[in-house]
Design a protein around this ligand. Sequence first.
Ligand SMILES: O=C(O)C[C@H]1C=CC(=O)O1
Length: 91
Amino acid sequence: MLFMVQMTVNLPQDMPAGTAAEIKAREKEYSQALQRSGKWPHIWRVVGEYKNVSIFDVGSNEELHELLSGLPLFPYMDISVTPLCRHPSAI
Ligand SMILES: O=C(O)C[C@H]1C=CC(=O)O1
């Protein structure tokens, strides 16, 4: 099952730089493990925003929820999820 996921990160202005750096490092490790597994095949930066557009390829809604809620940045994100299916004109 394919999903387009849009994540906007809103770190608190008063979060210490060291804390933010530590969360971002864990986020990168978590994200890259999922990319290597094939469950997160695309991640793109939205130009000019602290936001990404991603494609997830997972087995169920529940699995996607688990993966997203495990993101170290999850408490600081606005996330929207759009289910996808193959376009009839796709070649
Ligand atoms: O930077 C982001 O878009 C947020 C987040 C998603 C993956 C990752 O490494 O960081």
